[in-house]
Design a binder for this molecule. Structure first.
Ligand code: FAD
Length: 461
């Protein structure tokens, strides 16, 4: 019998529950990926992440050949394209790994309905997290709203093991596939020389190896120093499922315990916490998680928002973060917090605009973590980040980039500026380097303004 495995955010052959099931349950498997048919300028994605996806699909196609498989690429709406493929191939069943975000769930429901109408068996597998949102609940069976008790519970649960490599797929001949990248609707990223990481399962496994052998041990001490390679850089691999969270967890545990691995595993729990929040409270994509802040006032985005998007605010640490993002499709976590807090607390721009901008540029752009990170930074989200905790971008630079190495790497016009001048507003009111702007706002004034805005909102309730 023939079956279809529908690839989605699981672009790998190792530890892939649905692919494994398909290979074990049928003589022949059609591995399928359906490109969505958006044409540029999408509000939720952008060319960098799409280019990484394209490279990962090319690599997946090669890996499938080692299993006597052939990746079939189609373009359009997944339910319609899968229906056509079922009819063309005569497949009697279909399986996939579930995508827990609201858009993934909506498409799954349509595919399941289509399969039912055709009388084809359809199975969805859990894959993207170590624990499902339903597994980690309070004693009363309710979802957690705060990270610490969630993570305590999450850490005590036994962790699932990775599956072995699947059997041969024996994909039938004669089923047409679109060519990659000829059918990709995206242009390669701007600006020229954009340095995004290599896509594909093999590159991701190599990154995991590097992380486990040389980064995780010191992760606790180095994860907040953006100038050094102190974090795993596995974000995009989890986003596209080039690695499974089970494989990552297993490899980290095998390398031995300690503070580094413990802190790292807690970050995996943050990822699952935000996915659980989005699962239980999908309204966070529209509204503040904490209802106290619904309808909060935000400024009309103006020239300062444009300057923020270009990395030209005159705050060296903020500009360095944004320029890293524009050039590489990645931004260090510390910088994501600094730039997000700056946009919302110093420029008073609505977090939803920053959230969208990040999703257009981040290769690891993940709806749940991005929304969680933005709401946390704006002071409107889950967890105890009260609105009055406003980080000062100047002291953040001093603490996390004391030598100015990170700033100078990403803002080259500052390379000859003495370090102390990167860490405070210019006292003489003159630009610190030729062509570099003056700070676009005064942090202390804007901080007071933010406090007043939040206070007024609360009093008006
Ligand atoms: P590591 O530090 O090595 O962490 C390992 C993995 O744990 C990460 O790959 C990620 O999957 C997970 N993780 C780590 N920190 C967090 C966190 N705070 N929240 C959720 N998961 C975490 N992460 C994304 O994956 N996609 C996003 O779109 C995203 N947007 C963010 C937006 C803002 C405003 C903020 C403050 C954070 C955001 N994060 C996002 C979380 C975090 O910044 C990235 O996961 C991390 O920088 C990725 O780099 P890494 O793989 O080297 O992380």
């Amino acid at each position: 019998a023939q079956t279809i495995h529908w690839f989605r955010r699981d672009l790998r052959i190792l530890d892939n529950p649905s692919l494994h099931h398909a290979a074990a349950s049928a003589d022949s498997v059609l591995p399928v990926y359906i490109l969505s048919d958006w044409k540029q300028n999408h509000v939720w994605t952008g060319p960098k992440r799409q280019a990484f996806l394209c490279k990962s699909l090319e690599s997946l196609a090669k890996n499938l050949e080692t299993l006597e498989g052939r990746l079939i690429i189609r373009c359009g709406s997944a339910d319609e394209e899968l229906e056509k493929l079922i009819k063309e191939s005569g497949a009697k069943s279909l399986s996939f790994n579930r995508d827990p975000d609201p858009f993934g769930r909506e498409m799954e429901a349509r595919v399941e309905k289509m399969a039912k109408r055709l009388g084809v068996e359809c199975i969805g597998f859990h894959d993207v997290t170590l624990h499902t949102p339903q597994e980690v609940l309070t004693q009363d069976g309710k979802p957690y709203r705060v990270f610490t008790p969630y993570s305590k519970n999450w850490l005590t649960l036994p962790k699932p093991e990775p599956l072995p490599k699947p059997k041969a797929l024996n994909t039938p001949q004669g089923i047409k596939s679109l060519d990659l990248p000829a059918n990709a609707h995206w242009k390669l990223p701007e600006p020229e020389g954009c340095e995004i990481l290599e896509g594909g399962e093999r590159a991701a496994l190599q990154r995991l190896k590097t992380a486990v052998s040389s980064r995780i041990k010191n992760y606790k001490d180095l994860r907040d120093s953006p100038a050094v390679p102190g974090t795993s850089r596995l974000g995009q691999d989890l986003r596209f499922g080039l690695l499974s969270p089970r494989t990552i967890y297993r490899r980290v545990m095998e390398a031995g315990g300690g503070e580094g691995p413990d802190t790292f595993v807690k970050e995996l729990a943050w990822r699952e916490f935000y996915m659980a929040i989005l699962w239980h409270y999908p309204q966070v994509l529209e509204n503040e998680f904490n209802d106290d802040w619904h309808g909060l006032w935000w400024a009309e985005p103006d020239a300062n928002f444009e300057a923020w998007k270009e990395g030209r605010t005159g705050f060296p640490i903020v500009d360095a973060g944004i320029r890293e993002l524009l050039t590489t499709g990645f931004m260090h976590n510390r910088l994501r917090m600094i730039t997000a807090m700056f946009l919302t607390k110093d420029l008073h721009v609505d977090w939803r605009l920053g959230e969208q901008f990040f999703l257009q540029h981040l290769v690891d752009g993940e709806i749940a973590s991005n929304n969680g990170g933005w709401q946390w930074s704006a002071g409107t989200g889950a967890d105890a980040a009260p609105y009055f905790r406003i980080q000062n971008p100047w002291s953040q630079a001093k603490r996390h980039d004391p030598e100015g190495t990170y700033i100078k790497r990403w803002v080259p016009e500052l390379k000859d500026v003495p370090v102390d001048r990167l860490m405070e507003p210019p006292k003489d009111g003159r630009p610190i380097a030729k062509g570099y702007p003056l700070p676009c706002v005064d942090h202390h004034e804007e901080r007071d303004r933010t406090l007043a805005i939040f206070k007024k909102h609360r009093e008006g309730k």
